[in-house]
Design a protein around this ligand. Structure first.
Ligand code: GTP
Ligand code: MG
Ligand code: ZN
Length: 358
């Protein structure tokens, strides 16, 4: 499309977005008389236009990236899923940061049947990424864009429950300003008492927690009700049952599920690539591989305390303003731990993260 035509097109798109829905519908009915508009579905999310230019027909659509691999992007549009590549100009930005990731809303142009080019990436509302804000010399490792909810799955057994790992995930969510809910999976392998005991410190500090089992069906309805109308990411260590959970909620997904490696009790990364799955109820869910490199991820020490929400009432109460709550005198956090207001387990997690321990 030449520059002149592009400007006219942009103006046209802008004008169309301002139109009330009924007008778009009217256009649809009378498209014979308005050859520029072929179809328009939703004012906010998706829609598409056919615009006549001297070179022919160009469709510009808004779509959502469902999958990304080796420079290819699978974009869900009003007209099906297109396999897309980035326009050259975007590729140059890509080298500095991830320009397009799953969850992104993008503007695409059809280049041939089933294939398109990503022209622009819309601004993200939120992001789930591994690299701390403010850390230098790192390319931001963005996992999913426009996330509304992170479902952190921890197994109550097989692999053994480790609060440390859960705390790391919660820290990442807090650092990305994302709501996190905790699913304690494989409840069929432990007693109800054990499950309640494991989750108690998290429930106490206001996290929504849910025990779940794909065998007994416990918790599935509750988790299913979290999903409509938002983008959720299911995350957690390999082998905890993330893909199993999604299959149990929606068997049509048929995600591959693997046995937990018995030698290492670590899982073996059955899911190798994050993908966003449209659920058909306005909701999307991303199944992610267990984050293997999570140990490498680090955030600055002075920001660590903000990832522990129960510390918040005490921050600023310590004698030293730069207190790291380790062995400084008159530390409000340590006092709160001693009096039982802050859980010992969580405090230990904090100390280990502070020490950079794996
Ligand atoms: N007993 C029991 N086993 C479960 C449950 N959920 C999952 N599993 C088993 O746990 C193993 C791992 O499940 P997956 O769903 O592949 O785990 P994942 O978290 O997706 O693992 P990655 O894709 O490697 O990150 C499989 O053998 C499942 O059958 C559960 O509720 N109870
Ligand atoms: Mg999986
Ligand atoms: Zn302190």
């Amino acid at each position: 499309m030449n520059e002149g035509a592009r400007d006219v097109f942009k103006q046209f798109v802008t004008n169309c977005r301002l139109l009330p829905a009924f007008l778009s519908d009217a256009f649809e009915c009378h498209r014979r008389f308005f050859p520029a508009v072929v179809r328009y579905r939703s004012l906010s999310q998706s829609g598409f236009f056919v615009f006549y230019t001297p070179e022919g027909i160009h469709q510009r659509m808004i779509g959502r990236i469902l999958r990304a691999m080796s420079g290819f992007y699978w974009v869900e549009t009003a007209d099906g899923v297109l396999e897309c590549r980035l326009r050259g100009r975007l590729k140059r930005i890509e080298q500095q940061s991830e320009i397009a990731v799953i969850g992104d809303l993008v503007e695409v142009v059809v280049v041939s049947p089933g294939q398109g080019a990503i022209e622009a990436v819309q601004e993200r509302t939120t992001r789930l990424s591994r690299v701390a804000v403010g850390s230098r010399g790192h390319k931001e490792d963005l996992i999913v864009a426009n996330v509304d909810l992170v479902i952190v799955v921890v197994a109550l057994a097989n692999p053994e429950f480790h609060p440390r790992m859960l705390d790391r995930y919660l820290l990442i969510c807090a650092h990305n300003n994302l709501e996190a809910r905790i699913v304690a999976s494989k409840a069929d392998l432990v007693s109800a008492d054990y499950a309640a005991h494991a989750m108690a410190p998290y429930a106490q500090i206001g996290y929504e927690t849910q025990t779940m089992s794909i065998h007994s069906g416990e918790g599935l309805d509750v988790i299913k009700a979290w999903l409509p109308g938002r983008i959720s990411v299911v995350t957690g260590k390999s082998g905890v049952g993330k893909s199993s959970l999604l299959n149990a909620i929606n068997p049509a997904l048929a995600l591959s599920v693997g046995a937990v490696s018995t030698t290492l009790n670590k899982g073996r990364h059955t899911t190798t690539m994050a993908q966003l799955i449209p659920l058909g109820n306005g909701g999307y869910v991303a199944d992610t591989p267990g984050i293997r490199e999570i140990a490498l991820w680090n955030i600055p020490h002075d920001q660590l305390e903000y990832g522990f929400r129960e510390f918040e009432p005490y921050l600023g109460e310590c004698r030293f303003s730069d207190c790291v709550h380790k062995n400084e005198p008159d530390c409000a956090i340590r006092t709160a731990v001693a009096t039982g207001s802050i859980s010992q387990v969580r405090y230990e997690s904090y100390i280990r993260l502070l020490a950079g321990e794996e």
